[in-house]
Design a protein around this ligand. Structure first.
Ligand code: ZN
Length: 302
C-alpha cells in the first residue's frame, strides 16, 4: 500500500483507490457500498485526508487533524445520525461548496446517502451533474437499492465486503495483544465479518455479553427447546426491531456454519432450508410484514 490507511482489510478496494489517486484519475464522485461497520466510512474519511493533506496523507498536519475532528472548513461531513437528510441541509451544503477556498478540494462526505429525501436527492443531483471545479463527493450506503439510480449512475462505485475471519484475527491480535484468543474468536464470530462491530464488542463488555447470550439462545432453540418455548421466545423478540435484526443475522451465521461443517448430509440440507427461510423473512421484513408472524415462520422451519 502506498498510504498508511489505518483500515482493517479491503486491500483490493484500497488498491483501486490508490490507483485513481496516483494516476491522476480522481473521479469527482465515489460511492462506497457494503454492510454496516465494515469500514466504508473510515476509508472515506481517509480519502478526505489523502485529497486535502499537503504532506502526502501524514496523519499529523493541522489539515489531517482538522478533518479527523470534523472541523476542516472545506471538508463537509454528514455522519449517519439515523435521521433523513432534508432539502434545507443540502441547500446549505451546496452554498458552502460554492464559496471560494484555499484548500486543494471541496469535499462532501455523506454517510448513509440512502437517507436523502427525494427533494434533497434531486437538489443534490443537480450539483452532481454539474460539479464545480474542485468538488469531490464521497458517499456511503448499505445497499445500491437504497440510492436514487440517477445519483448512483454518476458515481464511481466501490463495493466493500464482509471480512474473512483470518484477516480480522490478525488485525485484532495486533490491536488487542492482551485479550485471550478465546475472547477474540468469539468477538469475530459475533461480528459477522465486520471489523467495526468486532472492535465495538471488544471495547464494550455489556454488548459482547448480550450478543453472546443471544448466540447461546439460538443454540438452545435449535437443539433443546420445544415448540412452545420457541414460539414464546419469538413473541418476546418481535417486540424489539433492533434485536430482531441482530437475531436474524446471528441465526444466519449459526446455520451457515452448520451447512459448511456438518458431516451429516441431512443436517446440511436442513441448514440450507433454514437459511432460505431466513432470507425470505429478511426480504419480507423490509416490506413491513408483521414481525411476530415472520419470526414464528422462521422458527417453524427449524
Ligand atoms: Zn496531513
Amino acid at each position: 500500500m502506498l498510504y498508511n490507511w489505518n483500515v482493517i482489510g479491503h486491500d483490493k478496494e484500497l488498491a483501486r483507490l490508490e490507483e485513481d489517486f496516483t494516476n491522476d484519475n480522481i473521479h469527482h464522485a465515489y460511492l462506497f457500498i457494503g454492510p454496516e461497520k465494515v469500514g466504508k466510512f473510515r476509508v472515506a474519511k481517509a480519502v478526505c485526508k489523502i485529497l486535502q493533506c499537503p504532506n502526502n496523507f501524514c496523519h499529523k498536519c493541522p489539515i489531517c487533524i482538522q478533518i479527523e475532528k470534523k472541523c476542516h472548513a472545506d471538508t463537509i461531513e454528514l455522519e449517519d445520525d439515523g435521521e433523513s437528510i432534508k432539502l434545507e441541509t443540502i441547500k446549505d451544503i451546496i452554498a458552502r461548496l460554492s464559496m471560494t477556498s484555499q484548500s486543494r478540494y471541496k469535499v462532501l462526505l455523506i454517510q448513509g446517502i440512502g437517507r436523502l429525501t427525494s427533494e434533497a436527492g434531486n437538489c443534490l443531483l443537480k450539483t452532481l451533474e454539474d460539479p464545480q471545479g474542485k468538488t469531490i463527493f464521497l458517499f456511503t450506503a448499505g445497499q445500491l437499492r437504497d440510492i436514487l439510480p440517477t445519483i448512483a449512475s454518476r458515481m464511481r462505485i466501490i463495493h466493500f465486503k464482509k471480512l474473512h475471519d483470518d484477516i480480522l484475527n490478525k488485525a485484532l491480535r495486533e490491536l488487542y495483544p492482551d485479550v485471550e484468543q478465546e475472547t477474540l474468536n468469539q468477538a469475530i464470530i459475533l461480528s459477522l465479518g465486520r471489523s467495526g462491530r468486532a472492535i465495538q464488542l471488544l471495547n464494550n463488555p455489556e454488548m459482547f455479553q448480550e450478543l453472546h447470550e443471544m448466540y447461546d439462545k439460538i443454540k438452545f432453540l435449535d437443539e433443546k427447546a420445544g415448540a412452545a418455548t420457541r414460539m414464546l421466545e419469538m413473541q418476546e423478540l418481535a417486540q424489539d426491531p433492533q434485536r430482531t435484526k441482530t437475531f436474524l443475522a446471528l441465526l444466519t451465521h449459526y446455520f451457515r456454519q452448520k451447512m459448511l461443517n456438518s458431516k451429516v448430509a441431512q443436517e446440511r440440507i436442513r441448514a440450507t432450508n433454514v437459511i432460505a427461510a431466513i432470507h425470505r423473512g429478511i426480504d419480507l421484513l423490509a416490506r413491513n410484514i408483521n414481525t411476530r408472524l415472520l419470526l414464528e415462520n422462521i422458527i417453524l422451519s427449524l
